[in-house]
Design a protein around this ligand. Structure first.
Ligand code: CUA
Length: 159
């Protein structure tokens, strides 16, 4: 039996308890706060991603799947999102798909759970529902070169 000093034992227990508390916090927030971990959605060739007809990002934009249900394909490239603006009615549910044509980008949409990395070769996907009318800005939050700060767009939610 290894001898563990009582003080050291106390610290080990405290460390284990903290880990359990943090794990519980992550688990709880994922259930109650709608936090979703990004998972690999699909792969796409960055050289072909912007070519019309070659991939679904060849003609990026908003598509209505059903009343109030949309799919938005957004292409990221230095230093712009295409399209830069999306207009929907309040209460709409939008599944966003992002892909990069060149380097690593990121995206965060204000007041939603959408906060993703956009890696060349990967498709990033998350869904959000926009109940409140207003303008939701989205920005690139991964440094992608000298024009990084000009890379942004808007989701406009009309009443
Ligand atoms: Cu794209 Cu920063």
């Amino acid at each position: 039996m290894i001898h563990v000093h009582p003080v050291e034992r106390a610290w080990i227990v405290m460390g284990a308890v903290m880990l359990a508390v943090f794990a519980a916090a992550v688990f709880t927030s994922s259930l109650m706060g709608g936090i979703a971990l990004p998972v690999p959605e699909a792969q796409v060739d960055p050289k072909l991603v912007a070519t019309p007809g070659a991939t679904s990002f060849g003609e990026p934009g908003l598509r209505e799947l059903a009343p109030g249900q949309y799919e938005a394909r957004i292409l990221a490239q230095t230093w712009a999102f295409t399209p830069k603006e999306i207009r929907i009615k309040a209460g709409s549910k939008v599944t966003f798909y992002f892909a990069s044509k060149d380097v690593q980008h990121g995206v965060h949409v204000d007041a939603t759970n959408i906060n993703l990395m956009i890696l060349p070769g990967q498709v990033s996907k998350l869904t959000a529902t926009f109940d409140e009318p207003g303008t939701y800005n989205f920005i690139c939050h991964e440094y992608c070169g000298v024009g990084h700060q000009t890379m942004f767009g808007q989701v406009i939610v009309e009443p």
